[in-house]
Design a protein around this ligand. Sequence first.
Ligand code: ASP
Length: 603
Amino acid sequence: MLKSHNCGELRASHVGSEVSLAGWVHRRRDHGGLIFVDLRDHDGLVQVVLNPQEAKDAYEVAETVRGEYVLRIIGSVQKRPAGTENAALPTGEIEVHATSAEVLNPAKTPPFYITEETDVEELLRLKYRYLDLRRETMHQNMVVRHRVVKFIRDFLCDRGFTEIETPLLTAPTPEGARDYLVPSRVHAGHFYALPQSPQQFKQLLMVAGFERYFQIARCLRDEDLRADRQPEHTQLDLEMSFISDEEDIFKLTEELYHSLATTVFPHYRIQQHPFPRMTYEESIRRFGSDKPDLRYGLELSDFSDAVRESEFQVFRNTVASGGVVRGLCVPGGAAMSRKQVDGLTTFVQQYGAKGLVSMQFAGEGTIQTLAAEDIRSPVAKFFTVAQVQEMAGIAGAGRGDMLLIVADRPAAANRALDGLRRELASRLELADAGVLAFAFVTQYPLLEWSDTEGRWMSVHHPFTSPFLEDLDKIDSDPGAVRSHAYDLVCNGWELFSGSVRIHRRDVQEKVFASLGISQEEAQRKFGHMLEAFEYGAPPHAGIGAGIDRLLAVLTGQPDIREVIAFPKTKSASEPLTGAPTTVTQQQLDDLHLAVTEVEAEPS
Ligand code: ASP
């Protein structure tokens, strides 16, 4: 090796040793007569001193180097002169006095600072990702990622799990996204799908008797990208046989996530352990979302009954036509200016809400003594004081607080209020960045109606087990059938989804039918699953857990791209390699394809 030690590992105990180091010039300082080079490698930084009196040739080499040159240094470790130690640096007590310096490779001036965490345009960062990954935060994110994945592997191996790979070129498996397709050269007009998840294979591995399986699996989904979505993401995919119900999954995963967080990220406080549980219905009712951030309150209230008889037409009409009037109390919100409140109205409109009604409670005393002039609201005149008091009572609001209210169809109101709740928490700095608030969300509905598809769709996926006692409602009231699907959420992110699976052919056929899948289609697409269930399929359950999301939460990054070495842009392209690219006519011919339209340059 060109190096005897890593730069970052040298300490006072090495004083007197001869070392050979190799790395990048992090900074070079010329002190007229002495040159200092901070040499950086994967492990950290060390200060190298080049003194023309001690080593003239090495000094002359150092005169020529600039940031990011690759250097090899041979020298001796010495204590820094008293008063020049750097307590902020692990190697800050020592320095290396070079006897030899060799440039292994020069470097052009990088397009952005490696040494400083300045804001750099995303496209540039991705085009030069190999330089971006040299920057300290990104470099650390990758190291932490490795440690997290290793922790998970060790944890599961210790508990008898077997890691098994499943195919990338396969048949479609539905997870609610569009498939990435790969044309077959050998079979004209036929396509493989890249897996949206290894769902079917892992269930077949249960039928194959593996009882405890996991895989760190790549999942590919062609969908609109957001901060928590990439075309390809990494999952901890896990499945267990002979579970009695979801409790067995909760027990294992609670221990996994708790021990992972406390071991690899000990600086966090876990808000509640054992992790709290709430049903899907409760989560939507209290937070408007099935991935609530539980680090702060701002719970939602329902005012529909209180305003049913009010003079305010918008509220009356909404309730009369089956909608809801819901909102939340902002503690201290009476102090917000008209302009700030207007800003929140514009904010909820992004979520499709038609408007936001505010009510601020001024003056002293309790809500019971509220007078008409204490109610500051653009719609105050439509409400009696008693109606306002009732609304304040429902939301637990007092003087000095503010109600923010949305009237809409239930799903739309919840969507807007969930967004508003997150926005308020961020503006009011309510979420403690040092806390992890895990929770299990349970009992998802099996099916939901899709207006765009015009049919019932799986909330999780079609292999999820319904509550068997609800099965008799599957034809008459499909939306009322509960399922054994669950999520783990943390700080407003979904960390995993999973479910107890169907393991009986008759139940699976019933669920396919409820999704509008004909027997013939079920046989064609999923016949292998139906058949496998007839060869002694054990009861089983599992999860698919986002590794990228977990890392983003634990490292406090706002976007999963910060924890992925080579991510795609928001429009699913890769500036570094230029993917996706066009292909030659010959390649198209080989694949029996004709292209009808070519975009100029994907960005
Ligand atoms: N296959 C599911 C997903 O990718 C997870 C699971 O049910 O295990 O969301």
